[in-house]
Design a binder for this molecule. Structure first.
Ligand SMILES: [Zn+2]
Length: 301
């Protein structure tokens, strides 16, 4: 059985694992540091992970990175939340250190790969994946393959849902991300409850909505309206069999699911949604598993 190193790379952490060909994690290592913006620190850490996992005889390394990647060249254009990483040949530089093949993709694509092979979208050939958190990341699997250009990934968070609207971090206006990102939800709740000072998180808005609080419910209704309009566009284009929601905000799925369906039923083409399922992501370590499977598939190819 061949074993691969899967690396889930966040802003201040590396979650890594020895992943077998079936996507099973044999050993998991979590490393936290606020110095990962320094390239040499990152490279050194991956080198030490490979050494620690030596008994598994790692064949190749897969990395899910939070930003814009050239997947063919293993080149990082930039990582929005990790300063210091711009225009860098990560695969080549890492290969020199560890003497193993290295494959990189965007973290949303890696998440989709894991959930489609052994998670909530297993066995489906057309699926849409969203990670709902600070921003909105996403991926599409069509005909069993990740829709990807040489420059990953699909910028689903920056699909506009209105002609007017707030300016987004990308410089555009009215992007879906500006309506469903967790900072927006917190700000909107504070506006509605007329208490701008309260320290509150998305989880609190969820709990208050479960208890029936009007303002909290309204936040989730507005969220569902925006997300529903966006998803209806995606449904009409891709005709997915399943939509998988991951990321911190998806923890509130129970409360927003009925509102979301209401919008989708009104806005989508009906033949498209006859068999459609909307599900929460299933895997606990999709980032590690997906990166391991990325290494497996790229290596075997
Ligand atoms: Zn945008």
């Amino acid at each position: 059985m061949k074993v691969f190193l899967g690396v889930d790379w966040g802003g201040t952490y590396i979650k890594a694992g020895a992943v077998d060909s079936d996507g099973k994690i044999l050993e998991k290592i979590v490393y936290s540091s606020d110095k990962l913006w320094e390239k040499q620190n990152f490279l050194k850490e991956i080198e030490s992970l490979v050494k620690k996992l030596k008994p598994f005889n790692i064949q190749a390394v897969g990395i899910g990175a939070p930003g814009i990647i050239n997947t063919k060249k293993g080149f990082i254009y930039y990582l929005p939340n990790i300063p210091g990483w711009k225009n860098y040949f990560l695969s080549d530089n890492l290969k020199k250190k560890i003497n193993l093949p290295v494959f990189i993709n965007n973290d949303a694509n890696v998440f989709a790969l894991a959930e489609s092979l052994c998670g909530a979208a297993a066995g489906k050939s057309r699926s849409i994946f969203l990670t709902l958190g600070t921003g909105l990341g996403g991926a599409v699997i069509f005909d069993g393959k990740i829709l990807n250009t040489e420059v990953s990934a699909l910028e689903l968070g920056h699909v506009p849902v209105t002609l007017k609207g707030k300016v987004c971090g990308c410089g555009g206006r009215g992007c879906i991300e500006t309506f469903v990102g967790n900072k927006h939800l917190v700000k909107r709740y504070k506006q509605l409850s007329k208490n701008m000072r309260e320290k509150i998180e998305v989880r609190d808005i969820y709990i208050r909505a479960i208890k029936g609080e009007k303002e909290a419910l309204l936040v989730w209704k507005e969220f569902s309206f925006a997300l529903g309009i966006f998803l209806s566009g995606m449904i009409n284009v891709f005709n997915p069999e399943v939509i998988v929601l991951g990321g911190g905000v998806s923890g509130a799925f129970k409360i927003f699911k009925p509102f979301l369906w209401e919008v989708i039923k009104k806005q989508s083409m009906w033949p498209q949604i006859k068999k459609l399922q909307i599900k929460k992501a299933k895997l606990k370590d999709a980032g590690i598993i997906g990166a391991g499977l990325l290494a497996r598939d790229s290596f075997l190819r």
